[in-house]
Write a protein that binds this ligand. Structure first.
Ligand SMILES: Cc1cc2nc3c(=O)[nH]c(=O)nc-3n(C[C@H](O)[C@H](O)[C@H](O)COP(=O)(O)OP(=O)(O)OC[C@H]3O[C@@H](n4cnc5c(N)ncnc54)[C@H](O)[C@@H]3O)c2cc1C
Length: 465
């Protein structure tokens, strides 16, 4: 096996992620091939050494943060392979955004778009079953994965393609996931590929991924709409969502329906000023231009926005990339403002990742709006999956924020939702997973983990204690 790096000053750069949890490790390995990964895994199994996979460390749940043992960085497995009409293949360490750019240069399209796509890896996005704004139209990462090369916890290198059966001896949990966007717990996999997607580095190490491609839209219309309040914004979302579900290629068939509440607009106003008087909520949406043409889309959007009570004179449509940039500037001003406020407060923000069924959206939004401190609520309204960003400014408020998050998770579960729409469980949300699944289901997750990895070497502390 290649020798681990033990210089603490090098290892230090790998010990935390976007959750701000800080870990420790005895050594860092940066293999250049799948065979080297396999040798490392065999060594760790033989010596019962914990092995944590680290990719770009954008995780918000401490999945890549090690607590002892060795750290495996896949940054050198970063080659892009064949891109054909139907599929594209790359090693896992490639940045997702760079992979998508290469694909789009060939006129094809790989839709999954976590906001972090320029900072996260392809492997990390598959390991977490990442989602993004376009998930509303295209679903999460899972259905786009066609094949995987995986190093199993015993060091064996396996290739699985979509449709390959789960090996008969593997006790894959058969449970009913909440009928919402979810990335919590092991999937009730119907094929071998699905076992590993979303398994957060606990069941195997992904080394290469083949994804399915679709048509690259010829052009995309961006829409930034302001509303007097939440109710009008939600009414518009419901109308647009119903239209999109009825006809995926209709004049009103958005690919994303993203919400910004009044707390967000306050941050946007402070940073870029351009927020109209009377706006109490906003939505950022995109429409791929279909055969009906741009004018037909604009007319349909205009109608639906007017009917739902949007501040129609303030609505911005943009079809060219430069004017779309000004729409995106507002959308990006919000997380930037939230993060700056957290730095000013000297306290980490506490951000939720809960999703609920359609009929529970209003109740969940009521619960978010009862937040006991400054906050900003934004995200994927079309998927009933919003991120409440709580901004505590004292240690007491931080404790309150964490307790409030657990209350919200209970509420989401009671409403039939998931404790993770897209970020996974990692090391920080194990208590929430236990709110969502019963003891028998949790035990079935553990049985699969122990079957594949009896010593619990991979991703120790992630998903299970
Ligand atoms: C600003 C920001 C915005 C974000 N936006 C989104 C969003 O819109 N949607 C979304 O879903 N998430 C989002 N995230 C969360 C995060 O970006 C995603 O979960 C991403 O997929 C993680 O990729 P990564 O390469 O950074 O992986 P890491 O954070 O390094 O690792 C994540 C987990 O995957 C495991 N892992 C990584 N690579 C492999 C591999 N090759 N084999 C096995 N296990 C592996 C790790 O062990 C860890 O448990 C965001 C995060 C930030 C900081």
């Amino acid at each position: 096996m290649i020798a681990p790096i033990t210089d603490p000053s090098v290892i230090e750069g790998y010990l935390t992620d976007a959750s701000n949890v800080h870990g420790h490790a005895d050594g860092l390995l940066r293999p250049r091939s799948t065979e080297e990964v396999s040798a490392i895994v065999r060594h760790c199994q033989a010596n019962n050494l914990a092995l944590t996979v680290t990719a770009a460390r954008t995780s918000t749940t401490a999945g890549p943060v090690p607590f002892g043992g060795l750290l495996l960085s896949l940054e050198r497995l970063n080659r892009i392979g064949a891109i054909t009409h139907d599929t594209a293949t790359a090693q896992v360490g490639v940045y997702l955004g760079a992979f998508q750019t290469e694909i789009e240069a060939t006129g094809r399209f790989y839709p999954p778009d976590p906001t972090s796509r320029n900072e996260c890896t392809l492997g990390g996005s598959v390991a977490c079953n990442a989602s993004g704004a376009r998930t509303f139209r295209y679903g999460p990462t899972r259905p786009w994965v066609e094949a995987l090369e995986v190093v199993l916890p015993d060091g064996e290198i396996r290739r699985f393609k979509r449709g390959d059966p789960v090996p008969a001896a593997w006790p894959v949990p058969q449970w009913t996931e909440p009928n919402v966007k979810t990335s919590a717990g092991y999937a009730p996999a119907k094929d071998a590929v699905d076992v590993f997607i979303g398994s957060e580095g606990t069941l195997g190490i992904l080394t290469e991924v083949t994804v399915r491609l679709t048509d690259l839209p010829e052009s995309v219309l961006g829409v930034l709409a302001y509303f007097p309040d939440r109710a009008t914004a939600v009414a518009f979302m419901r109308a647009a969502r119903a239209a999109a579900r009825e006809d995926r290629t209709g004049t009103l068939s958005p690919r994303c329906l993203e919400y910004l509440d009044k707390g967000c607009l306050a941050f946007a106003k402070a940073r870029i000023g351009a927020v109209p008087e009377g706006a109490g909520a906003a939505m950022f949406c995109e429409q791929e231009v279909m055969a009906c043409g741009e004018d037909a889309h604009m007319a349909a959007w205009f109608d639906a926005l007017t009917t739902s009570g949007a501040l129609i004179d303030e609505t911005l449509f943009s079809s060219d990339p430069s004017s779309r940039a000004s729409l995106l500037a507002l959308r990006h001003a919000v997380p930037a403002g939230v993060n700056e406020q957290a730095v000013r407060n000297g306290m980490p923000k506490v951000a939720t990742d809960l999703s609920v069924p359609d009929d529970a959206l209003d109740a969940m939004m009521d619960a978010y709006e009862a937040a006991p401190m400054r906050n900003a609520l934004f995200g994927h309204l079309g998927d009933n999956h919003l991120h409440l960003n709580l901004l505590p400014s004292t240690a007491d408020e931080l404790a309150t924020a964490k307790a409030f998050y657990v209350e919200l998770a209970r509420k989401a579960v009671a409403l039939g939702g998931s404790v993770s729409g897209e970020h996974g469980i990692g090391k920080t949300k194990k208590n929430q997973l236990a709110l969502m699944v019963d003891a028998a289901t949790l035990e079935s997750f553990r049985a699969l983990k122990l079957h594949l990895d009896p010593n619990g070497v991979l991703g120790r502390g992630t998903m299970f204690d």
